[in-house]
Design a protein around this ligand. Structure first.
Ligand SMILES: [Zn+2]
Ligand SMILES: [Zn+2]
Length: 192
């Protein structure tokens, strides 16, 4: 009886492990997709919260991404995390531990990707392992803080190109363009 149950048990364990990995990957890959295209890109186009907080150049970004308790900063962090939470809630139907591990990895990655500001550099070995996986290194995310028009994707760099394409397509509707045209309309009569 015990002998007959063994292969069945092994299969069940393998299935649990597989579902763990699938839920983990879904939480991160789909979560980053949703956060990038439903929060981060729209914020850069039409809103001010993320630009005022995450891209505040007067403060160290390690401080405002990791340590700050400022309500605006926390709100930006929460809204950016919300898509991951929604995706994790769905992935939890496959594996709750996998979805939770995905969220935990995502949070660790938030802290890690802001460490360039502290002078940390990614060791060559880590870089070599993570590059082919398309994972955002702190040095990549540092690029987004230096130039907010590049290096989209919180965790995965493969979202950068489509995010920039979308930004370019929707650029004419952005706050930046609307404000500029409003200013030039106001200035026009003065010049005439
Ligand atoms: Zn950042
Ligand atoms: Zn940004």
């Amino acid at each position: 009886m015990l002998v007959a149950a063994q292969p069945h048990n092994d299969m069940a364990i393998r299935e649990i492990q597989m579902l763990f990995v699938v839920a983990f990957i879904i939480t991160l890959v789909v979560g980053d997709f949703a956060s990038t295209f439903f929060y981060h890109v729209p914020q850069h186009l039409w809103f001010t919260l993320h630009l005022r907080t995450h891209h505040d150049r007067r403060r160290s970004y390690f401080d405002h991404a990791v340590l700050s308790k400022d309500p605006g900063v926390l709100m930006d962090g929460f809204l950016g995390a919300l898509p991951y939470l929604v995706v994790a809630a769905l992935a939890a139907h496959l594996s709750l531990p996998g979805a939770l591990a995905g969220l935990a990895f995502g949070q660790l990655h938030v802290w890690w990707r802001h460490t360039t500001d502290l002078g940390w550099r990614t060791p060559e070995g880590v870089r070599r392992v993570l590059r082919p996986l398309g994972i955002v290194l702190p040095e990549d995310h540092d690029g987004h803080h230096r130039n907010p028009d590049i290096e989209f994707g919180d965790i995965f760099r493969f979202y950068d190109a489509p995010a920039r394409a979308l930004l370019a397509k929707l650029g004419p509707t952005s706050r930046r363009v609307r404000n500029a045209s409003r200013r030039s309309h106001k200035e026009a009569p003065a010049r005439a």
